[in-house]
Design a protein around this ligand. Structure first.
Ligand code: M6R
Length: 604
């Protein structure tokens, strides 16, 4: 997730690009840069850090010109640094490129380009694109771009300039967002609509495979083969605040809707030819045979993802796992030896308790894997190995897409461990593989049902206490659902292992008390049904999620698409997120910034 912008028109390109980058800063802020055609040629200026750092540099030595491209980076390939900042160029600075997305075959392309004489100055996948375009460029930028993208696999939105063609800007979209604002005698391109709104409300939303050539007086839309495409622009009525949320009322709502795509991004480069490929763990493979147990350590929602990880790793890879809340872990004198692998999980990578637990684990000699959403975070820097969740920046305090992508990473990791330990049957592998591939589509299907859950939230919002029950993986999901509800709706809620209720908590169930029951696990489904009947007998109003057998028994039934039981959590949690969201809205709460909470908890 990065933000790209581009401009061609009569204004100062530098001003338009910097203003656009500010509006896209939510997409990443590891570094920023611009390339502008000036009187002295195509000039690039870039700097590590937030956009304000680049603004200072350009404030002192401005780049004067009316056509340019810009980028704000969310690091994936290569740490945040000046060298890894975009725009990237070929060796002669003939081509300048900004990119949002991931080039899957960049290593292969890089080797070919090096063999042809290219030298690389960054660790990014993007630099490959600049060299590739330059290698086929013969004075026609759009022809060179079309040729180059036919060799690229992956997701990309690109904006490209050629030093020899100072009156042309070429853009391409493939699986990463890109829009073009059509003004009077000017065009603004951007990853997202807010960057365009100060200049125009007429927008052309690009589709996969679109290539566009922009000059000072014309815009030409075509496909990768060069055939012209006609598409009427859209008129955008949103104000800027709404546009930043992509038309959604809250960041949380936007982020819940981003989950199918986030699942795709998390899996994209990690599933090849029937195998899970975690190149990030290449160095760890030699250590794996020594690992006898795993400790998973995290806080809050990330801890709940860890609970899912525990069950998946034990069930699929057969390694014993303990899960701890980070603030407890370091003080319980954990037994760590050379056979212990410690996995810390943190969206922000900055949570003080998790970081302290990581340091404690390392002090005691453990090898540490970080599962995080932020590549250059403290946790990522201090861990031995890192698996990124690829959710993109999460703004709402209540974690949604970061949690579900952590779950997807644990699904991938458990299969990878089983694969490396050679303990899975080929037939089982195929089922798991298919289930993983279908997850984004299934998640989309779940999201389409969301409006139906408003009525459930309406009923729940009238209560002071809500209970969540489940068994096994469903109990872990119940804990996350309960946290989501309490943190944004301020309704008191508790999650219980369904079988445990009768050992005390059942006393709290009385007429009309809402109980949300998850039943996605076939092996304990009958037992769950008994637990549901037990609470109904005490008057509970039961919302059931999962097994079709619940239909007709519970008061409200939420269906989720059929998948293998082990992977159902990435789907069953989505209705719980929505119930919490709607309940918070109905109660008039500040959904994105709930009281007393912060997105990143950097104190112990
Ligand atoms: O950034 P982290 O994942 O380390 O944050 C841990 C918790 O503070 C976090 O998951 C918190 O529980 C969520 N914001 C709740 O939605």
């Amino acid at each position: 997730m990065c933000g790209i912008v581009g401009y061609i028109g009569k204004r100062s390109a530098q001003e338009v690009l910097l203003a656009g980058l500010e509006r896209l800063e939510y997409r990443g802020y590891d570094s920023a840069g611009v390339a502008i055609h000036t009187e002295t040629g195509l000039c690039v200026q870039k700097a590590k850090g937030r956009i304000s750092v680049l603004q200072n540099v350009l404030g002192k030595s401005p780049l004067k010109g009316t056509i340019g491209i810009g980028h704000t980076r969310w690091a994936t390939h290569g740490k945040p640094s000046d060298a890894n900042a975009h725009p990237h160029t070929d060796n002669d600075c003939a081509i300048s490129v900004v990119h949002n997305g991931i080039i899957e075959n960049y290593m292969e392309l890089k080797q070919q380009l090096i063999a042809q004489g290219a030298t690389f100055s960054s660790e990014t996948d993007t630099e490959v694109i600049a060299h590739l375009i330059a290698s086929v460029y013969t004075g026609d930028l759009v022809a060179a771009v079309r040729n180059a993208v036919s060799h690229i696999r992956g997701a990309f939105a690109l904006a490209v300039l050629a030093a020899q063609q100072p009156d042309q800007l070429v853009v391409v979209r493939m699986h990463s967002p890109l829009v073009i604002g059509i003004g009077h005698g000017e065009y603004v391109i951007a990853s997202d609509i807010p960057a365009i709104l100060p200049y125009t409300r007429e927008v052309c939303v690009l589709e996969d495979g679109d290539v566009v050539v922009l000059s000072y007086d014309a815009m030409k839309l075509m496909d990768v083969q060069g055939s012209t495409i006609e598409r009427a622009p859209l008129h955008i009525d949103w104000d800027v605040a709404t546009a930043e949320k992509n038309g959604f009322e809250h960041f949380m709502l936007k982020e819940m809707h981003e989950q199918p795509n986030a699942y795709r991004e998390t899996m994209r480069t990690r599933m090849h030819d029937g195998r899970i490929v975690l190149t990030e763990l290449d160095a760890f493979v030699a250590v794996l045979p020594k690992i006898g147990r795993i400790h998973i350590v995290a806080c809050g929602t990330a801890y709940h993802a860890g609970l899912i990880g525990q069950k998946l790793i034990e069930r699929i890879a057969g390694i014993p796992v303990e899960v701890d809340v980070a603030s407890e872990y370091r003080y319980r004198e954990p037994i760590i030896d050379a056979h212990t692998w410690v996995i810390v999980v943190s969206q922000s990578g900055e949570t003080a308790d998790t970081l302290a637990a990581l340091r404690e684990a390392k002090r005691r000699g453990a090898r540490v894997l970080a599962i995080t959403n932020v590549v250059a975070s403290s946790v990522a820097r201090e861990a031995d190995d890192v698996l990124l969740t690829m959710a993109g920046p999460e703004i709402a305090v209540a974690s949604t897409k970061a949690y579900t992508t952590m779950v997807v990473v644990f699904q991938l990791l458990s299969l990878w461990l089983a694969q490396e330990r050679k303990i899975v049957l080929r037939s089982e592998c195929e089922d798991w593989w298919r289930a993983l591939e279908q997850l984004p589509v299934h998640a989309q299907h779940v999201l389409q049902q969301a409006p139906k859950w408003h009525a459930i939230a309406q009923k729940i919002s009238l209560h002071d206490h809500v209970f969540f029950i489940g068994r096994g993986l469903d109990y872990a999901v119940a804990q996350e659902g309960s946290l989501k509800l309490k943190e944004i709706s301020y309704i008191h809620s508790e999650a219980y292992a369904a079988g445990e209720l009768k050992h005390g908590t059942l006393a709290l169930i009385s007429e009309g008390v809402p109980v949300i029951a998850l039943a996605t696990q076939a092996d304990v489904c009958e037992k769950m049904l008994s637990n549901i009947i037990e609470v109904q007998a005490r008057g509970a109003y039961v919302i059931g999620i999962g097994a079709p057998q619940l239909r007709g028994i519970v008061d409200e039934y939420i269906d989720i698409p059929q998948t293998i039981d082990a992977f159902s959590s990435a789907l069953s949690v989505i209705p719980l997120q929505f119930v919490a969201y709607y309940a918070a809205c109905i109660r008039g709460n500040d959904v994105d910034k709930p009281r007393n909470l912060a997105k990143s908890v950097t104190v112990e």
